[in-house]
Write a protein that binds this ligand. Structure first.
Ligand code: HEC
Length: 491
């Protein structure tokens, strides 16, 4: 009798017979992580805090049924991976249970999904045979408007002439506003010179842990959490990333009081603030102006056979270094300041996630092995100007340099020799006369048969040009109209 009742209950409640959490662990966590943050340190997209999981449930149901591929943006980060379809494996009630679980876990708050809804969605999309792309599925089911990042946000405006933050508690506020966007903004200040503003509201930490804050302002600002100062930009000056400050604080899960103070002296004005969980890549903006460098170009590995570009401070080169990670584990940093390739290496390209935690404490070093610093000074003796770069469909760059009236094109692509990776560089110039280009310095230059050895790691082969060495430097003579090729290989 009891068994019959139990059985009847189970049959009557198929939804509750399925534990969404267990099913999630079984079918989704390998990629999205048991904590919903995205497996392998966020290489996969998160479901925690994802707008894709909120709002219209049809979006998530359809992508679980048929899969998702191509570039997608989740929580301000881009991914270009492949989610396999699960419709063949998972029945309607299990999909409903999993999505109900995902929509109510890790800080997500959205209504449950019913098995009937999944059934109807499956029937309506029965002829769908290939995974969705972001464009297709968001056209049918757009992402819900983002939730205001700071709840109950109130701003106050003050007038005065300051070159550092005043004690606002001693001042009388002019204008008090509710900021329904939940974002720090000076749009409603009503002034562009000689004013101050404060904001106060509730910031919810989705889980306990260390949080990082990045603040930048023109002119000064500070951010406090529960009354404790976390970051401060002092003095007056521009908001160009150079004066920006990072700070960190440990927070319990739940709501915290955030207070931001700001003043504007003369000239331009602005404030930008972003935060992130220290263990999850991806800054989240708390202001209507986004912070410089607050977006991460991860994952930083070549994708689908295409080279990847990294623009940020890179150790061992000048500030305007352009990093290129090629398929086949060869990498290059080209300095736009020196119009020269300065670093080449093999193996992993750059670890962007580490860069963001450490910013302010130095540059990001190449992540791989066999790093060779080719040179650290301008490649051309005359006045040379960097004129930008183009990427071909495979992501291979061609850098363009103007030397007087001449243009030099410097193209790079990956290659292989004897099964080992190489970098192949093609240099051309038009018009004018021959040019001498610095290829390497501070590396011992030695001829060995057809090849030239540079230092103890690198071997160069040239076509249609010879390397000449003087004063411990290696140069290549470039003749107008004739392409010169250099192949860099590692020993
Ligand atoms: C084999 C790895 C893998 C599995 C298993 C997997 N996913 Fe995904 N999922 C991905 C990838 C990769 C993307 C992004 C696809 C892209 O880049 O085009 C994604 C995207 C998503 C998205 C939209 C983006 C986001 O992060 O919110 C949702 C929602 C989602 N998956 C839910 C699920 C659910 C629910 C399950 C379990 C039923 C699941 N996934 C199983 C790899 C996987």
């Amino acid at each position: 009798m009891l068994r019959a009742v139990l059985l009847a209950t189970l049959l009557a409640l198929p939804l509750h017979a399925q534990d969404g959490g267990q099913l999630f662990t079984l079918y989704c966590s390998a990629c999205h992580g048991v904590d919903g943050k995205g497996a392998t340190g966020g290489q996969f997209p998160p479901l925690a805090g994802s707008d894709w999981v909120r709002g219209d449930p049809a979006r998530a149901v359809k992508l679980v049924l048929h899969g998702l591929h191509g570039e997608v943006e989740v929580d301000g980060r881009k991914f270009n991976l492949e989610m396999p379809p699960q419709g063949g494996v998972l029945p309607d009630d299990q999909i409903a249970a999993i999505l109900s679980y995902a929509r109510s876990s890790w800080g997500n708050k959205a209504e449950a999904v019913t098995a009937d809804f999944v059934k109807a969605t499956r029937a309506a999309t029965a002829d769908r045979k290939v995974p969705w792309t972001q464009a297709e599925i968001l056209k049918l089911h757009p992402l819900p408007p983002p939730a205001p990042p700071i709840a109950n946000l109130i701003s106050q405006v003050y007038q005065g002439e300051w070159q550092k933050l005043p004690d606002f508690s001693k001042l009388k506020a002019g204008n008090i506003e509710e900021e329904h966007s939940g974002k720090i903004s000076i749009k409603k200040a009503g002034f562009t010179e000689l004013f101050g503003m404060t904001w106060e509201g509730d910031l919810t930490a989705p889980e306990a842990g260390e949080y990082l804050f990045r603040l930048d302002a023109d002119d000064g600002a500070r951010v406090l959490l529960d009354g404790k100062k976390v970051a401060e930009v002092t003095g007056t000056g521009p908001m160009d990333g150079g004066r920006g400050q990072d700070g960190s604080i440990k927070l319990e899960a739940g709501v915290h009081k955030i207070r931001v103070e700001y003043f504007e002296y003369h000239g331009n004005e602005g404030i930008a603030l972003a935060w992130r969980n220290a263990s999850v890549p991806g800054w989240k903006s708390l202001s209507d102006t986004s912070i410089k460098g607050g977006r991460e170009p991860i994952p930083l590995t070549p994708q689908n056979g295409r080279a990847v570009v990294y623009r940020n401070f890179i150790e061992g080169t000048t500030p305007r270094g352009i990093g290129i990670g090629f398929p086949g584990s060869v990498n290059l940093v080209y300095s736009a300041d020196d119009c020269a390739p300065e670093l080449i290496w093999t193996g992993a390209f750059m670890d962007a996630s580490r860069h963001w935690t450490d910013r302010g404490q130095g540059n990001q070093a190449p992540a791989g092995e066999n790093v060779v610093k080719l040179a650290g000074s301008p490649a051309f003796t005359g006045e040379a100007r960097f004129r930008g770069y183009k990427l071909d469909p495979a992501g291979n760059p061609t850098f363009s340099v103007q030397v007087g009236k001449q243009f030099v094109l410097d193209s790079w692509k990956p290659g292989t020799a004897n099964g080992a990776p190489t970098l192949v560089r093609t240099l051309t110039t038009t018009g004018g006369g021959p040019l001498s280009i610095l290829i390497a310095e501070k590396l011992a230059v030695k001829k060995e048969g057809q090849a030239t050895l540079l230092g103890d790691k690198l071997s160069l082969q040239t076509d249609h040009a010879d390397l000449e060495s003087r004063d411990g430097k290696a140069f290549l003579k470039l003749t107008p109209g004739q392409a010169a090729t250099i192949t860099y290989s590692w020993k």
